[in-house]
Design a protein around this ligand. Structure first.
Ligand code: ACO
Length: 334
């Protein structure tokens, strides 16, 4: 039987600069009150000039390796929407920055579901015998693709990174990834899109307008689909694990909007207090939000060894998914 992938370390990081709702709202037709009541966000962390995704990824990766008590791994997977450059991938830069040698390293692009896709990719590398240990990092300098004058997106996003170390082990061990359910639907690609910078715009022979380098989002449609798909995928992952929704100790969902997380919890009949939320402090950090939430929940002493955890996300692509695991005995470095 193929080895299971077992979480054996967790690290996170966030830029020091805090931007409050009042600061975002300046010059925009919005308010602290609207942002708080419609999203649950109070403030977010943002990168300052000169900091790129790989810088956040190296910090989070170093913390995860420390948490795992390791100084080397067999492979690195980086989930990001904001690579340092369109070419090449950012993962080799991160592996180099961490001094990990000439290990396999590649990017995964699944926007807000990126961490879940990264976990599945890491588990696949372990099952295929490519590596016994894999560093899975999700890092986003997301505000670098946000138009500060667009009230549909500017209040929502923030920057940060989180990482876990996976090792080969058994499904009976705490930390083993149990149910993994992933999906996509490209007919929803335009719901969350940065129009310029890719082959479609470049091959049209047209120079992109500056605003086309920013991400646009059709929030209301994303909201409706996010609730529906996260519920469906959670049910599939739970069924594959042999758990009922009532068995879940912590629902750690993608931190997009507090109302989305409450609606998913309600549909799954998971009490609201078991749906962890830290988006009030970080905003929507896209792929990085789930590991940042895991780090927050563990650091606050809420998430402890043995807890049954359900992770779920919906994001650009559209992509979505869910993963279950029993929380391992680890000390996160946050
Ligand atoms: N301030 C004030 N008013 C606003 C703002 C704002 N910042 N943004 C929108 N509005 C207005 C709209 O214009 C609209 O006005 P109208 O009724 O006169 O037309 C009204 O508020 C309601 O707009 P909705 O878009 O329906 O607002 P909603 O309550 O849905 O909240 C939001 C918008 C926060 C974007 C929400 O839809 C949301 O969170 N969507 C999901 C985002 C998400 O899940 N993203 C995950 C994936 S992201 C990724 O993958 C990168």
């Amino acid at each position: 039987m193929n080895p299971a992938a077992v979480v054996t370390g967790l690290g996170t990081t966030a830029p020091e600069t805090v931007v409050t709702n009042e600061m975002v709202a300046r010059g925009l037709d919005t308010s602290d009150e609207w942002i708080r009541t419609r999203t649950g966000i109070r403030e977010r962390r943002v990168v300052t000039s000169g900091t790129a995704t790989s810088d956040l990824a190296v910090d989070a990766g170093r913390n995860a390796l420390k948490s795992a008590g390791l100084d080397e791994v067999g492979a690195l997977v980086l989930a990001t929407t904001t690579p340092d450059h369109p070419c090449p991938a950012t993962a080799p830069t991160v592996a180099y920055g961490l001094g990990l040698g000439e290990i396999p390293a590649f990017d995964v692009s699944a926007v807000c579901s990126g961490f879940l896709y990264g976990l599945a990719s890491g588990a696949g590398l372990i099952a295929a015998g490519v590596a016994d240990t894999v560093l899975v990092v999700a890092a986003e300098a997301f505000t670098t693709i946000i138009d500060p004058t667009d009230r549909n997106t500017a209040p929502i996003f923030g920057d940060g990174a989180g990482a876990v170390v996976l090792r080969a082990g058994k499904t009976s061990e705490a930390g083993a990834l149990l149910g993994l359910d992933l999906h996509s639907n490209g007919s929803m690609a335009e719901l969350i899109m940065t129009p310029a910078g890719g082959s479609r715009q470049r091959s049209s022979g047209r120079v992109a307008e500056p605003h086309e380098h920013f991400m646009g989002m059709q929030g209301r449609t994303v909201f409706v689909n996010a609730v529906m798909k996260m519920e469906q995928s959670s049910r599939t992952a739970l069924a594959a694990t042999g758990w009922e929704t009532g068995d879940v100790d912590w629902l750690i969902g993608h931190q997009a909007n507090a109302r989305i997380l409450s609606a998913v919890a309600e549909r799954l009949e998971i009490p609201a207090e078991r749906a962890y939320i830290n988006l009030d402090r970080y905003g929507n950090t896209a792929g990085a939000s789930i590991p940042l939430a895991l780090g927050g929940a563990a650091d606050e002493g809420l998430l402890t060894a043995g807890h049954r955890v359900l992770l779920t996300a919906f994001g650009g692509g559209a992509t979505w998914g869910a993963v279950t695991l029993r929380w391992p005995e680890i000390v996160p470095v946050v």
